[in-house]
Structures are given as structure tokens and as C-alpha cells.
Design a binder for this molecule. Structure first.
Ligand code: FO1
Length: 327
């Protein structure tokens, strides 16, 4: 990479599309490398009203992870939590299937108050991120309602009912994103995806069906990604055909989709220029017009998250140079 490009590269923004615990891990690694040059577009379709509170699980997982406040075993919620609220709630017959820690509760109560006051999820996310000392910029994909609905043979389940109450065990027949067609792409997301000063776009190793598809369902996002004029690099959420955590593989089996590098590439067909796969998953002739790079993708600690982030950035920069040479 020539000197000018290198300096310019370091100064330019990287936009990451993210949802869930796996996505948050790579976002953490990217923040370690990029600091305030990282902009994260967040899935908001896992949100739901619970006990009269507006809960935003993917936004909160990112806030806690980037703020280094997260419980690293569970992946979601805060470290050092206490559960007095849940205990007291149980004593009076309240709904305890969705665990809200005492510290976590403060975020839901304060977000609910501010939403009732007319503030947007974008404003609330930015303000909480500031209070948590987070360097990256967090962008809810939309400030309008959007809800993932999981269709099973017996019934339709709101996302958290499927994911938490039923522990992902009902078979998935289809997934729908209610209100997506009316959701407006948040202004901040449109702004950060403008070509000027944009280095690359990263699709984090989140569940493609439950975390990335609801992002892409917001009208205008796919077009904005294509018009951004920067390489789009996805990181496969599978390692040796298995998900590191969560129901990605199970859902692929239930949807009749083979859990291979090729099907992940096909899922993002037309959107991505490059796909990062795990070192052991060298593709058998993907046959798609994208570049594939095999590196270790299992993120078990801060070092491996940062290393994967560096590999992703180097791969994206190589794709950019190839595109420049091609012009
Ligand atoms: N996941 C669970 O499996 N059980 C829970 O009780 C639970 C509570 C919870 C509370 C706040 C929050 O931000 C996330 C929470 N999650 C819980 C995780 C959450 O359901 C998932 O991380 C996302 O919705 C999917 O990415």
C-alpha cells in the first residue's frame, strides 16, 4: 500500500454491520484497532417491550462489550451483576423468563423514560456510549419499530420468546421482519455510508438470518452499501460448519441450507467483495465472484478479537487496492 494511501487509510472510517454476541466480539477487536474511526450499524429487530420497558438486546450487548462492562461468560448483560430485582419480581409472580440484572435494569428504565420523552434510539445510544467512554460510534439501523418474528410449525414467536423463552428449540420454517417496509434508515447510517472518507464496510460474524438479514431488510441499506464505493468484507459465522455460539447452524439445517462457506457467500451474494473464512475452512471452489481469505476466526480473548480485526482490515485494504488497479 503506498504511503499516502496508508495514512489516508488509517484516517478513514470503517463501518461494521453487527448484531448479537459474535458480532460484538469483532466490533470490540475493531474498536481496539480503530478507536473513533469505527462506526457500528446495529440490528434493532431483537427489541421488545418487556414489563413496560423498551429492551434493545443487540444495542445493549454492544454498549456493554465496547464499554468493557459485559459479562464475558454469558456474552450479554453486565459483569458483576446482582439479581435482586428478578428475585423480588419472582416473589410477586412477575415474568422472570427474561433475566434483567439490577445494573442492566437502569439502562432499560432510563431508555424507556427518554423514549417516552420523545428522544430517539440513536440519541439514547450515542449518549449512553459517551457515558461508557466508548470510542466507536454506535448507530441503530433505524429509529422506527422493526421486529423479528420466527415462524415455527406450531406458531409465530416474537424473537426473544423464540431465543430465550424457548431456547431456540422450535424448528424455524421462516423468519419475518415486521414493520421493516415502513422503517426508515437512520440519518446517521446514511451519513456514515457516504463514499467520502469511507475505507471499508465489514459484515461481522453475526447470525446472517437473525442479525444481518433484519439490518438488510431496512429499505435503502442494501443500496447504500452498494453505492458506498468501498470494499464490503463479510466474516463467516461458521467454523467447520458449526456456529461458535447460537442457533445459526440449527436454523440453516431447518431452512434446508447447507452450512458451508459457499452458502454463506451465496447468502451475501451481490453485497460483498470478500469473505473471511476460518483457516480450516478453505473453500472448495466457491464459484462466486468474490475473494476469499482464510484466517483463524475463533475469538476467545481480546488478543484474538484484535488479530481478526487486523486481518479483516488488511483484507479489505487489499481488495480496495485491487479495485483501484483494476480501474
Ligand atoms: N439471553 C438469554 O438467553 N437469556 C436471558 O435471560 C437474556 C436476558 C437478556 C437481557 C438483556 C439483554 O440485553 C440480553 C439478554 N439476553 C438473554 C440475550 C439476548 O436475548 C440475545 O443476546 C439477543 O437478543 C440475540 O442476539
Amino acid at each position: 500500500m503506498n504511503e499516502a494511501n496508508q495514512i489516508c487509510g488509517a484516517e478513514r472510517r470503517v463501518v461494521a454491520l453487527c448484531g448479537g454476541v459474535g458480532g460484538a466480539k469483532l466490533a470490540f477487536g475493531l474498536q481496539k484497532v480503530l478507536g473513533s474511526k469505527l462506526h457500528v450499524v446495529i440490528n434493532m429487530a431483537d427489541d421488545f417491550e418487556h414489563l413496560g420497558l423498551h429492551v434493545s438486546p443487540d444495542l445493549d450487548t454492544l454498549l456493554y462489550t465496547l464499554g468493557e462492562l459485559n459479562d464475558r461468560q454469558r456474552g450479554w448483560g453486565r459483569a458483576g451483576e446482582s439479581w435482586n430485582f428478578m428475585e423480588a419480581l419472582g416473589q410477586i409472580g412477575g415474568e422472570t423468563w427474561f433475566a434483567l440484572g439490577d445494573r442492566d435494569l437502569a439502562l432499560h428504565v432510563e431508555r424507556t423514560r427518554r423514549l417516552a420523552n420523545g428522544e430517539s434510539l440513536t440519541q439514547i445510544a450515542a449518549d449512553v456510549a459517551k457515558h461508557f467512554g466508548i470510542a466507536a460510534h454506535l448507530w441503530p439501523v433505524t429509529d422506527d419499530p422493526i421486529r423479528t418474528i420466527v415462524i415455527t410449525p406450531e406458531e409465530e414467536l416474537a424473537f426473544q420468546r423464540y431465543f430465550v423463552a424457548r431456547r431456540c428449540e422450535p424448528a424455524v420454517r421462516a423468519i419475518r421482519f415486521d414493520c421493516a417496509e415502513k422503517a426508515r434508515l437512520a440519518k446517521g447510517v446514511e451519513d456514515v455510508l457516504q463514499p467520502e472518507g469511507l475505507r471499508m464496510i465489514v459484515i461481522c460474524p453475526s447470525n446472517p438470518f437473525l442479525s444481518i438479514d433484519p439490518l438488510l431488510a431496512v429499505p435503502g441499506l442494501r443500496e447504500a452499501l452498494r453505492a458506498a464505493g468501498a470494499p464490503v468484507v463479510a466474516v463467516s459465522p461458521l467454523i467447520a460448519g458449526q456456529a461458535v455460539k447460537g442457533p445459526t447452524r440449527k436454523i440453516m439445517d431447518e431452512l434446508g441450507i447447507q452450512a458451508t462457506t459457499a452458502t454463506i457467500a451465496a447468502h451475501y451474494q451481490g453485497l460483498i467483495d470478500g469473505l473471511i473464512v476460518d483457516a480450516g475452512d478453505l473453500p472448495d471452489g466457491i464459484g462466486l465472484d468474490i475473494s476469499v481469505q482464510a484466517v483463524p476466526t475463533l475469538m476467545t480473548d481480546d488478543e484474538s478479537k484484535t488479530r481478526l480485526a487486523q486481518d479483516v482490515l488488511a483484507f479489505g485494504d487489499r481488495l480496495a487496492r485491487k479495485a483501484d488497479e483494476g480501474r
